[in-house]
Structure formats: structure tokens, C-alpha cells
Design a binder for this molecule. Structure first.
Ligand code: CMC
Length: 393
């Protein structure tokens, strides 16, 4: 009963008001708090972007120092949390570990349930942004069987993540500035993207007044899928499967075949119907990083370029306005800087935590916010008589 719009996939539904991110899909524009993504990516550090998204304005130098200090002081995790990781099999996908361990943080911070208190929400937001790289790196260390490496407060955000991933008690991680800069740019480019599936998941979970750590765990679960954040890992798997440029036409045919579930990974976007501005920046970073490594070890770039070119000339992709998205090149960059493939989506989660917490926090300021409760079009059986078990044959 009643009238409502049937909108599968929410293609034409605005679920909230937000002042954080603006996207013009036709023009290929992305802005955070009014600033163009190109300016942000070229001139800001990741903590600066985190401050901008969460607080609403670019920080002054002293505000940034204080914010950075707050992130550093929250970057360790409770020692008992580290025992959680030992319960996972060593071949567990790090995203599976992230969903569990981030959700478990709810049990360590009962104060975070005080969600109507702005200061408490800010503390939870900082804790999440600060602890995500630590949890991500521990999930990797657990998988490879190496001891946990604690955060190093003398390092910048991206450098510290690489340190926690790659340092061992025998050898410190020697920071490579090109790699650290590339990782920082990947984090910045993935920080927020308005009402995508994972952010909507976080908002929906939070609309029931759930614990923020549980809401972010829900966001991580939603991000994992290959149609969303899992695409960066899926692109590399696809390039491996294609193998050599002569096999590209075969895979383009598969992608066009409606009876085949295969899609060209890293292509297409719900909102961008011209180009993804993040993809343009990501391609630039990819060229820079690969110039600094032995390219004979990264044949994927050549293959990706050839695939992009052939797809863009193909009528199927042109007609549907399917262009490379941000994750077409991000996996190649991550691989070149030594991040293992199953950690690609985890890196995305580390970055997107900023957008999730910013939007989670913003939802409390929205007076129209109510519990998210979509309706459905019922297509099942009409009312009928119940048949008792012993009368059924
Ligand atoms: N390969 C082949 N065909 C495609 C692809 C693709 N990658 N993407 C869309 N199409 C076709 C689709 O089959 C449909 O064709 P038709 O009109 O003949 O039925 C048409 O294009 C429209 O597609 P859609 O499924 O209605 O588009 P959507 O907005 O629901 O989906 C998408 C967007 C990103 C999930 C989809 O393009 C896709 O699956 N891409 C590959 C996965 C990927 O790269 N995801 C990362 C997105 S960017 C990172 C992030 O923010 O998460």
C-alpha cells in the first residue's frame, strides 16, 4: 500500500544531503569540500585530506600538526586485539580479517557508543583513521608469518604504512620516496566518493544508531566486492588471465557477451559517463612509479595500455560510455611498490575510512536523517491457506 518509487540499484535516488563531495559525472569532475581532486592530489598530504573531509575546511599548519599528532597517538592497537589475528588461517584473505577485526574494535571502545556527542564522534573517527593502517599491516604480517611491526611516529602516514608492512626485526624498511608518494596519492584519490555502495552501507548501518566500528566493518564488507573496491585486485587477475596482447580481442568479446558474466575489470562507472578524473591522475602516477622500477618485472602496464586503447575504440564500450576508472591503474601501481595483490582492496579500505567516518559524522547533523528503511515491490504468492505438515504430500 502507499506510493513509492521502484529504483533497483538506487540509480535515481538521493539518500541524503551531503556537503563533503561533489561529482559531475558528465563533465568528469570531482571536488571535496569545493576543492578539485587534481589540486588536492597534487598538493595535499593524506592527513590534510582527512582533516578537510572530516572537519570541513583545509587545516592551518598548527591544526594539521595537532591532527597529525592525534592520529599518531591513536595508531597503536590494544595488545589483546593482536591475538585476534592468530585465530585466522594463514591463507585467509586480508579483507576477511579486516571485516572481523575492525568490527571487534567495538568491544574495545565502549565509549564510542556515545554517538550523539560530537567530541566522542571525533575521537572515534580519529581512532578509525589512525588504526586502519596498523590493522591492515598486521593482517599482512599474520599471513606471511612475520612479527607485528609497530607504528613509527617519526614517519609520515604513507611511509609508516610501508614501514609496518615491510620492516622486519632484522631489517628496517628503507623508505622509497617515489613509492611513499605514490601510495599517498592512491590514498588521497580513494578517500571519498559520495554515496557509493560501501559509504551507503555505512550510513544505513549507522541509521539504526549502531556502534561506529561495526558500521565501518559493514562498509569494509561492502567494499570487498569486485564491482566496487575489489576491482583493483580483479584488474590484475584479469591482466594475468589475458596474458599477452594478442588475447585482448578474445576478452573484449567475452566482456560484450551477455551470456558471460565476465566484465572488463576497471572499466565503467555508475556516475562517470565521460572520464574518471581519478583515473587520469592514477595513470600519471603509474607512469612515474614504473619509470623507477624494472619494467621487465611489470609487463602489466603495456598490456593495460593496449587493452584500454582497444576497448576505447570498440563500439560496445563507446556506446555505453565505459571508460577506465580509478582502479584500472591503481593495482599496477600497488604491485610495483611491492604491495601483494590480496592487500589492494585493503589499501582502498584504509583510504576510504576517511570518507566513511566523515559521512558517518555528517549524518548526525542531518535533521532529516531517519532510519534507512527502503520498501520493495512484492512479487510473491498472493494470500493463501496454510496447509499443516501432515496434510502435505
Ligand atoms: N564490462 C563490460 N560491460 C560493462 C561493464 C564492463 N566493465 N560495465 C558496464 N557494462 C555494460 C553492462 O553490461 C550494461 O550493458 P547493457 O546496457 O547492454 O545491459 C551497461 O554497460 C551499463 O552497465 P550497468 O551494469 O548498468 O552499470 P552500473 O552503473 O550498474 O555498474 C559498475 C557500474 C562499475 C559496477 C560496472 O561498470 C562494472 O561492473 N565495472 C567493472 C568493475 C569495476 O571496475 N568496478 C570499480 C568501480 S570504480 C571504484 C569504486 O568506486 O568502487
Amino acid at each position: 500500500t502507499g506510493f513509492f518509487t521502484h529504483d533497483p540499484g538506487f540509480t535515481s535516488t538521493s539518500s541524503c544531503e551531503s556537503a563533503i563531495t561533489f561529482i559531475d559525472g558528465e563533465k568528469g569532475e570531482l571536488r571535496h569540500r569545493g576543492y578539485a581532486i587534481k589540486d588536492i592530489a597534487e598538493q595535499s598530504s593524506f592527513p590534510e585530506v582527512a582533516f578537510l573531509l572530516i572537519e570541513g575546511e583545509l587545516p592551518t599548519p598548527s591544526e594539521l600538526r595537532a591532527f597529525d599528532l592525534a592520529l599518531k597517538s591513536e595508531s597503536m592497537v590494544h595488545e589483546k586485539l593482536i591475538t585476534f589475528f592468530q585465530g585466522f588461517k594463514s591463507d585467509a584473505h586480508p579483507m576477511a580479517i579486516m571485516v572481523g577485526v575492525v568490527g571487534a574494535l567495538s568491544a574495545f571502545y565502549p565509549d564510542s557508543m556515545n554517538i550523539f556527542d560530537h567530541a566522542q564522534r571525533r575521537t572515534s573517527a580519529i581512532r578509525l583513521v589512525a588504526k586502519m593502517p596498523t590493522i591492515a599491516a598486521i593482517s599482512y604480517k599474520t599471513a606471511v608469518g612475520e612479527p607485528v611491526v609497530y607504528p613509527d611516529h617519526s614517519l609520515a602516514f604513507a611511509e609508516n604504512f610501508l614501514h609496518m608492512m615491510f620492516a622486519t626485526p632484522c631489517a628496517p624498511y628503507k623508505v622509497n620516496p617515489v613509492h611513499a608518494k605514490a601510495l599517498e596519492t592512491i590514498l588521497v584519490l580513494h578517500a571519498d566518493h559520495e554515496q557509493n555502495a560501501s559509504t551507503s552501507t555505512v550510513r544505513i548501518a549507522s541509521s539504526s544508531q549502531a556502534n561506529p566500528f561495526a558500521c565501518i566493518a559493514a562498509g569494509i564488507a561492502s567494499l570487498w566486492g569486485p564491482s566496487h573496491g575489489g576491482a583493483n585486485e580483479a584488474v590484475l587477475c584479469m591482466l594475468d588471465e589475458i596474458g599477452t596482447p594478442d588475447r585482448i580481442p578474445l576478452f573484449l568479446d567475452k566482456a560484450k557477451d551477455k551470456s558471460d558474466p565476465f566484465r572488463l575489470m576497471g572499466f565503467g562507472h555508475r556516475v562517470y559517463k565521460n572520464h574518471d578524473p581519478r583515473a587520469t591522475l592514477m595513470r600519471g602516477i603509474c607512469e612515474q612509479v614504473l619509470a623507477s622500477v624494472d619494467t621487465s618485472r611489470t609487463p602489466e602496464l603495456e598490456l593495460a595500455r593496449a587493452l584500454e586503447q582497444q576497448a576505447l575504440q570498440d563500439e560496445y564500450f563507446a556506446k555505453r560510455k565505459l571508460y577506465p576508472n580509478v582502479d584500472f591503474y591503481s593495482g599496477i601501481v600497488l604491485r610495483a611498490i611491492g604491495i601483494p595483490r590480496n592487500m589492494f582492496t585493503v589499501v582502498f579500505a584504509v583510504a576510504r575510512t576517511v570518507g566513511w567516518v566523515a559521512q558517518w559524522n555528517e549524518s548526525f547533523l542531518d535533521r532529516e536523517q531517519r532510519i534507512s528503511r527502503p520498501r520493495q515491490l512484492y512479487v510473491g504468492m498472493p494470500a493463501r491457506e496454510f496447509v499443516p505438515l501432515d496434510a502435505r504430500d
